[in-house]
Unconditional design. Structure first.
Length: 263
């Protein structure tokens, strides 16, 4: 039976506020520049990377800077609103409005990246198989999967986080709990308009299925090898289940020249 799909509004009609949400959830402002530097370090380990697909790339947090670094970048996301925001800021970006579970793009890319747990929104095994089969078939050389390290999370918890931009103060109350292997999170967003001090409260929710490294390796199959398993956006920070904020797996196609990029 298919799991009930909850579409988080922050990726849909609230996508305009995605950067604020991201800053609040990560507890750092504009960490994407550090993440892009990290991706550039990964791509530097291969002479082949010219074309990149950002899978679940939202409004182009990574895709737009990568275009500016000279890569030919395609942004795939199921959110039309996020893609329109990305297009407004970067006309060279190629856009694909598709879902991972119904991906129908017949084009190869030197690298596929999937950042900030985008692949964890796939809740069903059949959908995941289809998605990872596509990634394996259509990626020439390197794949990066980045997700939160959930091993550090208590089984249920709530917290408050904040972010701000020029226009808004943004407070988020998060509550999450695990039901078997699904992480359910509910959000209460409070937007405070800095100019008028008007406040708006909006509820949101999401469900995610995080993968262990063993599961990712299984989905990626024998033609792909993990060349780095990292705990943060830093090639020197190996993944440590107890302490790392993230789990970032870098896969390389086995037929490519093998290099270990974790220094
Ligand atoms: C948490 S955001 C990550 C965005 C970006 N990669 C980043 O690093 O900030 C997840 C993104 O994945 C997209 N997404 C979620 N499920 C998807 C699916 N099944 N197919 C395509 N895109 C999906 C959402 O629309 C959203 O833009």
């Amino acid at each position: 039976m298919k799991s009930t799909l909850i579409e988080p509004r922050i990726h849909d009609d609230l996508a305009e506020f995605y950067t604020l949400w991201r800053d609040a959830c990560l507890g750092k402002k504009a960490s994407e520049s550090e993440e892009v530097k990290f991706l550039l370090d990964i791509f530097a380990s291969s002479s082949k990377i010219k074309t990149i697909i950002d899978l679940g790339g939202s409004a182009g947090i990574h895709a737009i800077p990568l275009v500016k670094h000279g890569f030919d970048v395609t942004l795939l996301d199921k959110s039309k609103i996020a893609l329109n925001i990305a297009k407004r800021s970067c006309s060279q970006l190629k856009l694909v409005n598709e879902s991972f579970e119904a991906i129908n793009l017949n084009q190869n890319f030197d690298s596929s990246i999937c950042m900030m747990s985008s692949h964890t929104y796939l809740l069903d095994n059949i959908d995941r198989e289809l998605f990872y089969d596509w990634v394996k078939k259509y990626t020439n050389d390197l794949v990066v999967f980045d997700q939160l390290n959930i091993h550090r999370l208590p089984k249920s918890y709530s917290d408050n986080c904040q972010a701000e931009d020029r226009h808004f103060l943004f407070n988020v109350l998060r509550e999450w709990h695990f039901e078997e292997d699904l992480l359910h999170t509910s959000f209460v967003y409070e937007f405070i308009d800095k100019a008028s001090e008007a406040t708006k409260i909006i509820n949101d929710a999401q469900v995610q299925r995080f993968l262990s490294i063993e599961e990712l390796i299984k989905y990626m199959g024998k033609q792909w090898r993990v060349v780095a398993l990292l705990g943060d956006f830093n090639l020197k920070q190996a993944f440590d289940q107890e302490n790392s904020p993230r789990m970032i797996a870098v896969f390389k196609r086995v037929s490519s020249k093998q290099t270990q990029i974790l220094t």
